[in-house]
Structure formats: structure tokens, C-alpha cells
Ligand binder design. Structure first.
Ligand code: GTP
Length: 370
């Protein structure tokens, strides 16, 4: 049997086995095996089509993937939000049918990618599906784009992403596994786990661990635990944008909101837009900014003063050291200390070291050796 058939028969077996305490460990083992086989298949396909996956070069400070069915308005949104002249890197995607645009917002360059092929069986690996998925996997944020008349499409979209191991708006489960020389598998939990130890052991053995210490925090499900022991899961935030709201009648709003709720989307968190009439775009940009966790650092350059026009863009939680890496050149080697004025500083011109955590709109001056 080929991998595909093996996967299919495992999926059938899982579907046919009732889930209860006495079958939990068995199901855990089957699901772990399934995850292994899928990983193998993925590696095989990536290898077969030109060697080791598709490295998508990152442009700008962050990348956002727009996913949605055909005709929901993805291209229109990219055109409305980006500057047509700044279509950096279009050549890279010509074979992938990915349509990029660069949005300049608060001094940051945010690359928007329209990935149209997703729904055409991408998760099953047909056509250019795999390449498209690797584009999404490399993104920092996913925007689910829905038409106001077809918000139920959300479910298919999120399923597709789940099936290719993209986890949106989920924290990675807290599972650490350390191999050891003997004594089998030892499971340590924080006490609130419902899964049996046997289930954990089955899953780990299936993953190839014979002797290991496993530490699990919280109360993961079988699927989450498997996520925690696999290497090919990616975690990213998402937003839901509902487009074409210019076309809906006021009387339809409640119906649409109810449909959103049925999909598990809080209507207050969805962003209602009209790409055609350029409405709601500021709010979308704002939310994107927040989800991406970008912050602006204004550099105070010797002899040139503070550059308020083109801030250095880094991420929330990053430090002076991260800023130095991003600035490049020899500043890193010559660094002596920095002076910070702004939200992260206790007082103006505070002297700080590499570990200092910066905040949005800090002014940073690097004092370096000559
Ligand atoms: N009324 C209205 N029409 C829109 C809006 N956004 C897009 N459209 C129209 O919807 C159609 C599809 O828009 P596209 O931007 O091509 O959609 P797409 O998602 O990129 O579609 P594919 O390229 O097929 O993946 C076009 O005729 C657009 O003019 C909107 O906000 N309001």
C-alpha cells in the first residue's frame, strides 16, 4: 500500500472507533501514526517537486496572507490598500498565482498576499496547492476574507488551514519531551490533565520515543498533544474581514451576524469592509497592526537628528539588541550603550543596555565606538 492508502485506512479506522476512556490510548496511537504518515507524505511531495519545500522570500516588515474563495474581493482589497507601484516581488510568485502588494502603514511595509488557490484542494496536495500553503505558512497573520453573503465559507477555509497544520488563534500546547537513556517514558503533568498516561505514552512511542521525560502543562486533548510532539505545526493569529458590505440591505445585517456566530465568529470582532468603496479599511489596517504586534522605533542618528519619517519596525517584546540586528552594519560590534526616550524609558535619554525591551514610538540613540 502507498502512503495515501495507509492514510485513508487509518482515517477510516479512527472514524469508526468510538471515543471513550477505554479506547482513548488506542485512538491516540492511531492519530499519532496518522500525523506521522502525513508528515512523511508532505516530505515526499516537497522532495518530488523540486527539493525541500518552497522558501518564500520575505519582503517588508511583515507578511499577511489573505485567504478566501474566488471572487470575495481579495484582489480588490489589495488594490485598495496598497500602492500599485510598490508591487515588490511579483516575479517570485508568477508560477504560484500569488498576487502580492505592499501596504505602507505607520512607517512599516506590510506585504499582503492574495492566495487564491487555497480552496481548490490545496490541503490534498493537488496542483499548486502545496506551494500556496507554504506561502501561507510563512505569513505572520492570516486574514479570512468572506463575502457578506457567504460568511459560512469560513468553516471550509479554517478546516483547510487546520488540515495543513496551520493553527490559527491557538496557543501551542505546553509539551516538552526530553530523551533519556533508559527507564521508558515518564509523564509529568500539572495535575489537571484528563488524558490517561497510557494515551500519552502511546502517542510518544508512535512518535519514536522509547525513553523520555515528558512534561505537559494544562489539559490538552489528544489532537493538541499530538500537535505538541510534531515539528510541522505553525501557529499564527487571524482576522476575519467581511467584504461587500456596501451591497447588503440593513435588514440583512442581523441574519449575517447570526451566521457569523454560527461559525464561531464574534460579530464584534469581525471587520466589515467594502473594498470597492474603500470603507472599513482604516479599521482593518489598525487591527492588522495590533495582531502583528509591530512597534515603531524612531532612530536618533548622530548629526542627523530624529528620523520621524521612517521608523525602524520591530516586534512587541523585542530589545535594543533586536533593533541592532535589524539595523545591520557594524553597529552591533561597536555598541557601547543606548539612550531611550519614550514609552519604555523611565526618564528621557535613559541609558540602557542590549537587553532593554523597547516599546512603540520609543526614540533610540545608539552610542557606538568609532
Ligand atoms: N460591491 C462590491 N463589489 C466588490 C467588492 N469587492 C470586490 N467586488 C467585486 O467582486 C468581484 C471579485 O473581486 P476580486 O477582487 O476579483 O475577487 P478575488 O477574491 O480576488 O477573486 P479571485 O481573483 O477570483 O480569487 C469583482 O467584480 C469586484 O469588483 C466590494 O466591496 N463591493
Amino acid at each position: 500500500m502507498g502512503l495515501e492508502e495507509d492514510i485513508e485506512s487509518l482515517e477510516e479506522e479512527i472514524a469508526e472507533t468510538p471515543y471513550n476512556k477505554s479506547t482513548e490510548a488506542h485512538i491516540g496511537r492511531l492519530k499519532a501514526k496518522l500525523a506521522e504518515l502525513k508528515e512523511k507524505l508532505e516530505a515526499q511531495e516537497a522532495g518530488g517537486s523540486g527539493g525541500g519545500g518552497y522558501a518564500v522570500e520575505q519582503h517588508g516588515d511583515a507578511t499577511v496572507a489573505l485567504v478566501g474563495f474566488p471572487s470575495v474581493g481579495k484582489s480588490s482589497l489589495i488594490n485598495a490598500m496598497t500602492n500599485a507601484d510598490s508591487e515588490v516581488g511579483a516575479y517570485e510568485f508568477t508560477t504560484l498565482d500569488v498576487n502580492p502588494g505592499m501596504l505602507e502603514y505607520r512607517g512599516a511595509n506590510i506585504q499582503l498576499l492574495d492566495v487564491p488557490g487555497l480552496i481548490e484542494g490545496a490541503a490534498g496536495g493537488r496542483g499548486g496547492g502545496k506551494e500556496i500553503l507554504s506561502v501561507i505558512r510563512a505569513a505572520d497573520l492570516v486574514i479570512f476574507m468572506l463575502s457578506a453573503f457567504e460568511v459560512e465559507q469560513y468553516e471550509r477555509l479554517s478546516e483547510e488551514l487546520y488540515n495543513v497544520n496551520i493553527r490559527v488563534d491557538e496557543e501551542p500546547p505546553s509539551v516538552t519531551v526530553r530523551r533519556k537513556g533508559k527507564d521508558g517514558i515518564d509523564v509529568n503533568t500539572s495535575g489537571d490533565m484528563d488524558l490517561d498516561e497510557d494515551t500519552v505514552k502511546e502517542i510518544l512511542r508512535e512518535r519514536g520515543f522509547i525513553n523520555a521525560d515528558v512534561t505537559i502543562r494544562g489539559n490538552p486533548s489528544v489532537d493538541k498533544l499530538i500537535d505538541g510532539v510534531m515539528d510541522n505545526r505553525v501557529y499564527m493569529p487571524s482576522l476575519v474581514a467581511v467584504n461587500k458590505v456596501d451591497l447588503i440591505e440593513p435588514s440583512y445585517v442581523d441574519t449575517m451576524k447570526a451566521q457569523l456566530r454560527e461559525q464561531g465568529i464574534d460579530p464584534d470582532e469581525a471587520i466589515f469592509i467594502s473594498a470597492a468603496e474603500e470603507k472599513g479599511l482604516d479599521s482593518l489596517k489598525d487591527q492588522m497592526w495590533a495582531e502583528l504586534g509591530l512597534i515603531r522605533i524612531y532612530m536618533d542618528k548622530p548629526g542627523r537628528g530624529i528620523d520621524w519619517e521612517e521608523p525602524l519596525i520591530i516586534r512587541e517584546g523585542e530589545t535594543v539588541d533586536d533593533a541592532l540586528q535589524k539595523l545591520g552594519g557594524t553597529l552591533d560590534e561597536r555598541f557601547r550603550f543606548a539612550r531611550v526616550t519614550g514609552p519604555s524609558a523611565i526618564h528621557d535619554e535613559q541609558q540602557v543596555g542590549r537587553d532593554h525591551v523597547l516599546e512603540d514610538e520609543d526614540v533610540l540613540r545608539v552610542v557606538a565606538r568609532r
